[in-house]
Design a protein around this ligand. Structure first.
Ligand code: PMP
Ligand code: GLU
Length: 383
């Protein structure tokens, strides 16, 4: 076996979500606070795009970088909504945003190149870096700084071996996001230090309280050194369709397209037509976002009322990070006991490289949220 693969960890988020779904299928009344996917069905107008593709025989390979109309529609969306200046030639459609991140790392990293990411981090970033010949460097963030990258620390962490900074906002797992001014400070540093940025903006549509999402590549000249990652999994409840995209300089696109040629060939033609349909209607997303915001508020209030728990109010995503240190349990023990004894699943922050917190997903209805809150309160009281 390849030792690089042997050393890889299974994805904790996928593993715990699969276990939760299995327990529910077996008839156990588990409250699913682990889910890393929206609970809503894919909207009908998107499904129809896929169904029409099948009926019209749009079932063959597309160009490896994606079908032209979809690339054009994505470029158009990025220009209008995200204030980028890109054309179809800057877009590659991928089999999920996860694969977009992986091929970006593969294309950019040479042996020993360092990739800086904030910690807590989404589980897959370091493992993807491990699959390449790169090396992860973690920028530990603190609750007192709202889990944000400190520009000074970032500047000091960059070495001659640093090749890439991964940004992810709204952030999984902390739920925080960055303002224009905060991003500008990071932009000034990376521009001066001449490194690449992979900006994972997959939760951009789930941002609350009238905050605005600012795309990193919209800063002057940043499109030359930034790969913007996005997709349809979170925005249109399309996790199982496996569709995402990246936007990058044409030079980077040429390199990445070779990897796609020899690995997946292209994203599913049917899914690509569904994604094209997804881009035609923004109303659905607005409705979903308001629903998530309502759930966030109920969950936040409930956890704040709970002794020994200190939740962080998310500015985006459907994840609430919650400080459990006063319970005296490790995040793994807390989440294992909560699942085994009180039938509530969540993700221990140790999977994200940090102790003392858990991630609670509010991608489940208000009734389940109330039920889960009651169980969490009973559990914490029992400690
Ligand atoms: N980035 C982050 C931060 C995520 O949480 C996810 C989870 N699905 C992804 C990327 C990948 O999404 P997908 O491959 O489903 O498009
Ligand atoms: N990204 C989601 C999560 O963090 C889905 C699972 C995964 O791809 O990791 O839970």
């Amino acid at each position: 076996m390849n030792p690089q693969v042997t050393l890889l960890k299974k994805s904790a988020t996928l593993k715990i979500t699969a276990l939760t779904k299995k327990l529910i299928r077996e008839g156990k009344d588990v409250v699913n606070f682990a889910a890393g996917e929206p609970d809503f069905d894919t909207p009908d107008f998107v499904k129809e795009g896929g169904i029409n593709a099948i009926n019209q025989g749009f079932t063959k390979y597309t160009p490896s970088v994606g079908y032209p109309e979809l690339r054009a529609a994505i470029a158009d969306k990025l220009n209008k909504v995200n204030k980028l200046s890109v054309s179809s030639e800057n877009i590659i459609v991928t089999t999920g945003a996860k694969y977009a991140i992986y091929v970006s790392l593969l294309a950019l990293l040479d042996s020993g190149d360092e990739v800086i990411m904030s910690s807590p981090y989404w589980v897959s970033y370091p493992e993807m870096v491990n699959l390449t010949s790169g090396k992860s460097v973690f920028l530990q963030t603190k609750e007192s700084n709202n889990f944000k990258i400190d520009p000074q620390t970032l500047s000091e962490t960059i070495t001659p071996r640093t090749k890439v900074l991964i940004l992810n906002y709204p952030n999984n797992p902390t739920g925080i996001t960055y303002s224009y001014n905060e991003l500008k400070e990071i932009y000034n540093i990376v521009k001066e230090k001449n490194i690449h940025v992979i900006s994972d903006e997959i939760y951009e549509t789930l941002i609350y309280d009238e905050r605005e999402h600012v795309s990193f590549a919209s800063f002057p000249g940043a499109d030359k050194f930034t790969i913007t990652i996005n997709g349809f999994s979170k925005s249109h409840s399309m996790t199982g369709w496996r569709i995402g995209y990246l936007s990058a300089s044409e030079e980077t696109i040429n390199e990445i397209s070779k990897i796609i040629d020899h690995t997946t060939s292209c994203a599913s033609s049917i899914t690509q037509r569904a994604a094209l349909a997804a881009l035609t209607n923004e109303n659905w997303q607005r409705k979903i976002k308001l629903e998530f915001q309502k759930r966030r508020d109920v969950l936040y209030k409930g956890l704040s009322d709970c002794d020994k728990l200190n939740p962080i109010k998310p500015e985006g995503t459907f994840y609430m990070f919650c400080d459990i240190r006063e319970t005296g349990l490790s995040s793994f023990d807390f989440s294992t006991k909560l699942l085994e004894e009180y039938l509530v699943s969540c993700i221990p922050a140790s999977s994200f490289g940090m102790e003392g917190y858990i991630r609670i997903s509010f991608s489940t209805g208000l009734e389940q949220i109330s039920k889960g809150l009651k169980r969490i309160k009973d559990f914490v009281k029992s400690l």
